[in-house]
Design a protein around this ligand. Structure first.
Ligand SMILES: Cc1cc2nc3c(=O)[nH]c(=O)nc-3n(C[C@H](O)[C@H](O)[C@H](O)COP(=O)(O)OP(=O)(O)OC[C@H]3O[C@@H](n4cnc5c(N)ncnc54)[C@H](O)[C@@H]3O)c2cc1C
Length: 302
């Protein structure tokens, strides 16, 4: 398969890249890791006249701690983030989800920003961004910088709030409450395939009850789904099978997934409920272990 002809530019500054996008508008496409865009070109599902490769633009691949949270460059490779001790500590849900993306070779090229900008409805990172209340920093030549919350970023099937002349430069992840247990689970037809359904869950316990819960799903709608009603229903509940089953039922009832070659809507709804139940149980178990560890360190348990 060969792509249609295109011009290729590799600017060496962000300003230069933004000027190219401003000049060419819809005819230009940013190239990051190429793991989604190149297949689209080869299948001739995308026909940009110009590719603006971000590989040589400095300062876009940082992995930094900022204000207790993380500031991650859009060009940070998925594999770099997967291996980062800082990410494991400050965004453990992201660390948990990254190994589910394709295979190591794909993650070595694929970028954080590419996954978010591409917004595949079955991708892992968008669901994690939704669960973590991440913020996207977006820049254009004409309008400067703006910040878009994850809940406003994903607008539909392969669609985001990004305008054709904008580049996603940074993803900010707010401080993650200490003692939160996390779990990412998915069902795919084969290891490395896109998820049929995936669930990102995080739970914090106080005095043995659920004090905070986060739940986001992928593969069940055109964009990631944050299950806020189910999260609320868990507050103050005991972390037990009945609470998790109630949350799973609430999530499954509200979903209206599509049927496709890989599975029917009914199957996806069923799997979503099961994964929510299991992911909440796993996240709660880890939260309880964190609390026990904390008590031991403080000497509360001799
Ligand atoms: C065999 C295979 C299996 C895969 N499996 C999975 C999987 O299981 N889960 C999963 O989530 N992904 C999967 N992927 C996709 C992979 O994660 C991609 O890396 C990711 O979706 C896109 O990142 P990229 O850096 O390669 O972006 P590219 O392919 O370079 O770009 C994708 C799109 O985003 C735009 N874009 C990229 N960066 C920016 C930016 N900074 N600002 C504005 N626009 C930008 C591009 O213009 C393009 O439209 C798979 C890919 C392959 C080839």
């Amino acid at each position: 398969m060969k792509p249609p002809p295109f011009a290729y530019r590799a600017p060496e500054s962000l300003g230069e890249a933004l000027s190219m996008l401003a000049e060419h508008g819809d005819d230009a496409k940013v190239l990051a890791g190429g793991q989604s865009l190149v297949p689209l070109l080869n299948l001739r599902l995308a026909r940009p006249a110009l590719l603006v490769d971000l590989a040589r633009v400095p300062g876009l691949a940082g992995v930094d701690q900022r204000a207790g949270g993380l500031a991650l460059g859009a060009m940070a490779r998925e594999r770099t983030l997967e291996r980062s001790e800082l990410v494991r500590r400050l965004a453990p849900l992201l660390s948990a989800a990254l190994p589910f993306i394709g295979h190591p070779a794909i993650r070595s090229r694929g970028t954080l920003g590419g996954s978010l900008a591409h917004a595949d409805p079955a991708a892992e990172i968008p669901a994690v961004a939704a669960a973590l209340d991440a913020e996207m920093v977006v820049v254009s030549a004409g309008r400067g910088e703006r910040t878009v919350a994850a809940k406003d970023f994903f607008s539909g099937y392969l669609s985001t709030a990004l305008e054709p002349d904008e580049i996603l430069t940074e993803v900010r992840i707010p401080p993650f409450p200490s003692g939160m247990g996390v779990s990412f689970m998915e069902v795919a037809r084969r290891h490395g395939d896109f998820a049929m359904v995936g669930v990102a869950a995080a739970v914090r316990l106080e005095a043995g009850y659920i004090a905070e819960a986060r739940l986001a799903l992928t593969g069940v709608a055109d964009a990631p789904v944050r299950a806020v009603d189910a999260e609320r229903s868990l507050l103050g509940a005991a972390p037990d099978a009945a609470s998790f089953a109630g949350a799973a039922q609430a999530v499954a009832q509200r979903l209206a997934p599509r049927s496709d070659l890989h599975g029917s809507a009914e199957y996806r709804r069923e799997v979503a409920g099961t994964l929510v139940r299991r992911a909440l149980a796993a996240a709660s178990g880890r939260a309880a272990a964190h609390n026990l560890q904390g008590d031991l360190e403080e000497g509360a348990i001799p």
